[in-house]
Write a protein that binds this ligand. Sequence first.
Ligand code: SF4
Length: 436
Amino acid sequence: MKARSRKPTKVNVVTLGCSKNTFDSEVLMAQLKANGIAVDHEAPHDDHNVVVINTCGFIENAKQESIDTILAWAGAKERGEVDKVYVTGCLSQRYAPELKEGIPQVDAWFGTRDLPRLLKTLKADYKHELVGERLLTTPAHFAYFKISEGCDRKCSFCAIPLMRGKHVSTPIEQLEAQARSLAAQGVKELILIAQDLTYYGLDLYKKRNLSDLLARLSDVEGIDWIRLHYAFPSGFPMDILDVMQERSNICNYLDMPLQHGSTAMLTRMRRGITQEKTEALVATIRDKVPGIAIRTTLIAGFPGETDTDHADNLRWIERMRFDRLGCFTYSHEEDTHAFTMDDDVPAGLKEQRAQEIMELQGGISADLNRQKVGKVFKVLVDKAEAGHYIARTEHDSPEVDNEVLVPIEGNYLRIGDFAEVRITDAREHELVGEVL
Ligand code: SF4
């Protein structure tokens, strides 16, 4: 059935991938709304006639999910359920020419820095005065807070600089204004994100300026929690630890992807750091911010990873006892430096090594959680489901870390409120608590 062509009545934005994509979708939605265009986020597909898919192009699995989603909407268009399908984000940035040929049903393809052109296509004007304004897709009490775009690093496995470009810091005044606007909307937790958080300011202020930014954000009234994601280990700005220590509304939490524990692998990954230096950095962070929860991400099966490297990695994980840990299997990404290497670790062995890492971490996590039984924590209530309020301590980021389960029966908590909870039970990735 031929698609009807008319001014968009309602746009459905579909977001794939990471929190930076969530941020970008929220900015797009605010711009559309300000242009008087009805917009929704991942709505059931019968009350809108235009779809914008914000894709991910990071690694194989994510790319496949993006392609499957595009094909699904291309099919909906062919069935006349929607008029227009537009694709933006990382996959489109990286592969538009090939995708255009393969999926002709898509009306137009946009890159990661193409917002004005996308808006124009949607018959909307880019409103500069709205810069950074967003329509939140997260629960109203927390928001992802992107402080820069792109990355200047040269990690050999990573395709992100190919999709997101060079590092560009957002001016501190703009970020402060965004934080005030979010606080005025009821946001209590800012989750700071970037490709490389600790690089902040080097382009704009010719110095690492994250500590100044943190102090300014910490002064914004109504912001109770500030959380740091995507710190980079080498060249780590130690002065942020002082601000974290001084400011009670900066969470004792740090997400710092380290990728591997063996110096041989770190060198092949071009991470600019060694096992020893990583351990010294983590020890300093734990010393300067007592009780800090450290989250990291590792890659299993990088080209050239031997059994010895893997065993070294496992011993390192055991020694480091990270509070939170995620693990990806290596994905051989064209146009990255690692693509020139032989992808010599078989897929099954990659999976097996990743599983061994997560099993080891499961035991560490369960042990660390058991030590929390009997202790009292301030928690933020995110939702209620299956007879429980689901909350988080300052040591837990949404969607990736531990949850605190509080029985609904006998308790009255509001979503988005803080509460004092005593931990009564602990599991591998969950805590159970009672309201004080
Ligand atoms: S810091 Fe490294 S891994 Fe992270 S986005 Fe930049 S190049 Fe990729």
